[in-house]
Design a protein. Structure first.
Length: 90
C-alpha cells in the first residue's frame, strides 16, 4: 500500500500537461489558503514530490522536488495564494 499511492500520484502527474501559469485557489468565505490548497498550488507549479508543508512566519512554506529532480522551496501568501518566493536548486 505504501508504494501504490505514490506510484498512482506520480502516474497521474506524469500524464498531466505542464502548467505555465500559477494556479491560485481561494477558500470560500474568505478563510484564506488551507494546507491542501497550498499543496495544490505547489503541484500546479511543477512540484511532484512534496516533502514538507508548514505554516511559518505568516506564510505557507512548501519543500519538495520537481520533474527534473531539483529541490524546490516555495513560499505562499495565505490570504491570496500568491507565490511570494520560488527557488529551485540542483
Amino acid at each position: 500500500m505504501r508504494t501504490v499511492i505514490p506510484a498512482t500520484l506520480f502516474a497521474l502527474l506524469a500524464l498531466s500537461p505542464p502548467v505555465a501559469a500559477q494556479n491560485v485557489i481561494f477558500v470560500p468565505g474568505g478563510g484564506g489558503v488551507t494546507a491542501d490548497a497550498a499543496q495544490d498550488i505547489a503541484v500546479g507549479n511543477g512540484v511532484i514530490s512534496i516533502r514538507k508543508i508548514e505554516f511559518n512566519d505568516g506564510a505557507w512554506k512548501v519543500e519538495g522536488r520537481d520533474r527534473e529532480g531539483r529541490r524546490v522551496e516555495m513560499k505562499i501568501d495565505p490570504r491570496t495564494g500568491e507565490i511570494i518566493r520560488l527557488e529551485r536548486y540542483r
